[in-house]
Design a protein around this ligand. Structure first.
Ligand code: SAH
Length: 472
């Protein structure tokens, strides 16, 4: 992070603005909103600034800038619209250790001002660190459109109840959840619609109930999708943002776990390949013990939690122990990878079915029905199949599937370093070996995979050159 984000209290403090044009006027307006005591130094003023000076709202010195002007100021803004003057002001302020912003000149400044969304007392500052002011402005426009105009009123309303809520509920998660319910529910709707009396009555009633409430834990078993954070569902996001604890494994990208609240506990229960550090029984016990502490737990799993994810076992265990449990589906690797590689799993010209199958037969309850899997006219999406690719291909061919049947490997599908390799059933094992494919990767077998060979429209067949991968 190039700049440290902070909000400064300028109430009643002397701040210097050098310049009397429109740029300076903009900064004066903002400083006045922050209740600063503004001193303007400029030979001439815009009519707006002149009016403020005449009314005594700002102090005006009608002259050129002098070095001594910066002394004793809480901050200085150089906004003369003249590069040489702004730079000199900045230099003097820096030498005097007074924070200074030369407008549009981050290199000369000791602080920069963000684009802001102002819902006073809620203020959102957006900075691209000077790298992309247009991007920052676009983000601001999106936030402007997203946030209710009355948001500030809601914050002020809540502030009025802060000490009462703290006194009744004490510190801790119960209080946090109470406020979440206030901001998500009918109280907030009332305030935003201008019905503050109703909101106030409702909040008091909620507070009385909350005081006698015993916290109830729950577990949401949430699918995180195949990797691209944008493939998360809204529901998944909502659960993540409310969770007290997030229990996740190796397949879930750090960016997705980062959507959880900053103070949420994160518990990694991933199994490194080959080692079974955290057994399924262990994971079940962890989930249960957090839920029994009255916490909202999110069990975050790659893809869809119920597809080769053992989500079913976790849910059954929790339900058996009386824990409220919900399941939030996710985009599974097969559909995510197919979309990212440009193939249609059940393109009706080639396939009337798609089968999700594990390449780790010992993970399944029963051995695979190879004869059924080898039938033509269907697509196989093989999960966890990297290590057994050659053996799987052998079995399918032995049961009658043609060696030249198109096949593909999608490694780290939907992620920026995704690789798509086109091959045939006979070449599957060799392709995996030769290209040093690592999990997570999905194998696809069937006529629909032929598009990979032609390079599906708009989809790079292989985005990372082998050399780059070998270097890792
Ligand atoms: N519940 C998950 C699957 C877990 S099993 C889901 O619904 O997707 C783990 C296997 O999923 C991996 O071995 C791999 O075959 C597949 N997989 C998961 N994410 C993947 C990705 N981004 N690209 C390719 N395959 C992936």
């Amino acid at each position: 992070m190039r700049y440290f984000p902070a909000f400064t209290d300028l109430d009643g403090r002397a701040c210097l603005v050098v310049g009397g044009g429109e740029t300076a006027a903009r900064k004066v307006r903002l400083l006045r909103r922050a209740r600063a005591s503004v001193v303007v130094v400029a030979p001439s003023l815009t009519p707006e600034l002149a009016e403020l000076a005449a009314a005594g709202h700002v102090t005006h010195h009608r002259r050129a800038f002098r070095g001594g002007d910066v002394l004793g100021k809480a901050l200085v803004i150089a906004g003369t619209e003249r590069a040489d003057v702004d730079e000199r002001v900045a230099e003097i302020a820096r030498a005097a250790n007074v924070p200074v912003n030369a407008v549009d000149r981050p290199e000369a400044s000791t602080f920069i001002t963000p684009a802001i969304v102002d819902r006073d007392p809620v203020v959102i500052g957006i900075s691209s660190g000077g790298a992309g002011p247009v991007l920052a402005r676009q983000i601001r426009e999106r936030l402007e459109a997203m946030l209710p105009a009355n948001l500030g009123r809601l914050a002020t309303f809540a502030e009025g109840f802060r000490s009462a809520v703290a006194a009744t509920l004490g510190p801790g998660r119960g209080r946090l959840r109470f406020w979440q319910r206030v901001f998500d529910g009918p109280v907030a709707e009332d305030v935003l619609a201008g019905r503050e009396t109703a909101a106030s009555a409702r909040l008091h009633a909620m507070l009385r109930d909350a005081a006698d409430e015993v916290p109830r834990g729950e577990v949401a078993i949430v699918g995180a999708g195949p990797g691209d954070p944008d493939l998360l569902t809204f529901k998944a996001l909502r659960h993540l943002q409310r969770a007290d604890v997030v229990v996740h494994d190796r397949l879930v990208a750090a960016e997705i776990v980062a959507y959880a609240r900053r103070d949420a506990e994160r518990v990694f229960v991933g199994k490194a390949r080959g080692s079974h550090a955290c057994s399924q029984e262990n994971i079940n016990t962890i989930l249960l013990s957090y839920a029994r502490q009255g916490l909202k737990v999110v069990r975050l799993k790659g893809g869809d939690p119920m597809i080769f994810g053992r989500g079913g076992e976790e849910r059954d265990y929790l339900v058996r122990h009386g824990v409220a449990t919900v399941v939030v589906p996710g985009v599974t690797a097969a559909t995510g990878c197919a979309a990212a590689a440009g193939l249609a799993l059940t393109d009706r010209r080639h396939a009337s079915a798609v089968t999700f199958v594990t390449g780790h037969p010992h993970d399944a309850e029963a051995p695979p029905d190879w004869a059924a899997l080898a039938r033509r006219g269907q697509t196989l999406a093989i999960y966890m199949g990297v290590g057994t690719a050659a053996a799987t291909a052998e079995q399918l061919m032995a049961h009658g599937l043609a060696p030249e049947t198109p096949a593909g490997v999608i490694e780290r599908g939907t992620l920026p370093d995704q690789r798509v390799l086109a091959t045939t059933l006979a070449g599957l094992g060799e392709t995996v070996r030769q290209h040093d494919v690592h999990p997570p990767a999905l194998l696809v077998v069937g006529e629909v995979a032929r598009v990979l060979d032609r390079g599906a429209a708009g989809v790079a067949r292989e985005r990372v050159p082998d050399a780059a991968l070998a270097a890792q």
